[in-house]
Design a protein around this ligand. Structure first.
Ligand code: ZN
Ligand code: ZN
Length: 79
């Protein structure tokens, strides 16, 4: 059975196993797994967040989707 290369969710190019990362059921080149806001590479980060096929670092995910204080607009972390 022919093994098909999976294509990268970010750039659409096929990925060889060596550079394949699997996050949230999607495939990514290790080089393409970057936060869509601050462009920090996330392939060596302990956590990253996937939303609508966009990757976010923890900080930007919290900033973008976290609950913000109406008064000071800083993110409120759930504890
Ligand atoms: Zn890619
Ligand atoms: Zn970021």
């Amino acid at each position: 059975m022919k093994k098909e290369l999976r294509s990268c969710t970010a750039c659409g190019e096929p990925i060889s196993d060596k550079f394949l990362l699997d996050v949230g059921g999607c495939s990514w080149h290790s080089a393409c797994l970057r936060c869509c806001i601050c462009h920090t590479p996330l392939d060596h980060q302990p956590s990253c967040f996937l939303r609508e096929r966009q990757i976010y670092c923890k900080t930007d995910y919290a900033k973008t989707f976290g609950t913000k204080c109406v008064r000071c607009s800083r993110t409120i972390s759930a504890t």
